[in-house]
Design a protein. Structure first.
Length: 153
C-alpha cells in the first residue's frame, strides 16, 4: 500500500514547506505564552503551539495549566492572527479545545494518554516497562513504582 500525503492547506498559510509550528512545550504563564507568540508572529510564524496539559510519570509533578491556558491561546489568536494548536490526550481535552475555538489539535501518543489515567478517581492499567519515559528515567521509574504500590491515590 502506498502512503498518500496531502498538504495542510489553511487560509493565509503558504504551500511552501516545511510548515513551521512553534511555541512553548509547556504553557506555564500567560505572560510567557503572549511574549513567545508576539516574538514568533514578528518573525512571520503563522501557527502557534503550546502544551496546556503536561502529564508526568511521577505523580504530583506539574501537569500543565489545563483549561485556563486555552484562554491564553484564544488571546494569542486574537492579538497575533496566528492559528493556535495544542496536544490532546482525552475526550475532555478535545471538548474543551473545540469549545475554546482552538484551530489545530494533535492526538497524544498512547504513553502520553496513559499518564492522564490517574486523574480524579480513575485508575489505569498497570504500566509495563520503561518505554517512552523521556529524560528522567529515575523519577519516571519511581512514579511507576508509586502507582504499582498504590501511592498518590
Amino acid at each position: 500500500m502506498e502512503l498518500e500525503l496531502e498538504s495542510i492547506l489553511l487560509p493565509g498559510i503558504e504551500e511552501k514547506r516545511p510548515l513551521v509550528i512553534a511555541g512553548p512545550c509547556s504553557a506555564e504563564t500567560e505572560e510567557q505564552v503572549m511574549d513567545t507568540a508576539r516574538q514568533l508572529a514578528a518573525k512571520g510564524m503563522k501557527i502557534f503551539r503550546a502544551g496546556i496539559w503536561k502529564p508526568r510519570t511521577k505523580p504530583g509533578g506539574f501537569e500543565g495549566v489545563g483549561v485556563e491556558g486555552l484562554a491564553w491561546l484564544k488571546e494569542v489568536k486574537k492579538e497575533t492572527g496566528m492559528y493556535v494548536s495544542t496536544e490532546v490526550a482525552t475526550a475532555k481535552h478535545v471538548y474543551e479545545c473545540l469549545k475554546a475555538g482552538i484551530d489545530i489539535l494533535w492526538v497524544a501518543s498512547p504513553h502520553y494518554r496513559q499518564s492522564f489515567c490517574r486523574t480524579g478517581n480513575s485508575r489505569c492499567p498497570e504500566r509495563r516497562g520503561y518505554s517512552g519515559i523521556g529524560k528522567e528515567p529515575r523519577k519516571s521509574g519511581s512514579g511507576i513504582m508509586d502507582r504499582r504500590h498504590g501511592a498518590h491515590q
